[in-house]
Write a protein that binds this ligand. Structure first.
Ligand code: ZN
Length: 134
């Protein structure tokens, strides 16, 4: 079951420059940075209440984030829904007609398991499920 929006993923060219915006303009503090090797990105996290902002900077030209920015520029990249059972969430999404990018969860930032639905099957929004399951 989807429990809440866990985070919004935002593609940026430079973590350092973007962190300055969130800290100085919005007044929210960066909680840390992490490289996610499987996604070829560096991330920075901010807490906004119970939800997070996840900034994503590509670490290579063939990173999914680099490809996204070459088409769309910087901006909102994905919406992540928190679930306590990512596998059954994926099964349900597939049964209901969504196209899965990941049939099984992969390692995401913060030690979470994550899996994405293809935006062509979600009305244009790259949709992530994330979970604290091991
Ligand atoms: Zn995410």
């Amino acid at each position: 079951m989807v429990e809440k929006i866990d985070h919004l993923g935002i593609a940026v060219k430079s973590l350092e420059e973007s962190i300055a915006f969130y800290e100085n303009v919005l007044g929210i503090k960066c909680q840390g940075m992490e490289e996610v090797v499987s996604q070829k990105v560096r991330t920075a996290f901010f807490h906004v209440g119970d939800t997070h902002i996840e900034l994503l900077e590509p670490t290579s030209d063939d990173s999914p984030i680099a490809k996204f920015m070459s088409k769309n520029g910087e901006g909102i990249h994905h919406v992540a829904y928190y679930t306590n059972d990512i596998k059954s969430q994926l099964e349900q999404a597939q049964k209901a007609g969504a196209k899965l990018i990941h049939k099984t969860p992969i390692d995401g930032a913060g030690g979470k398991k994550v899996a994405f639905l293809h935006p062509k099957s979600t009305h244009g929004v790259l949709t992530e499920f994330c979970s604290d399951e091991k």
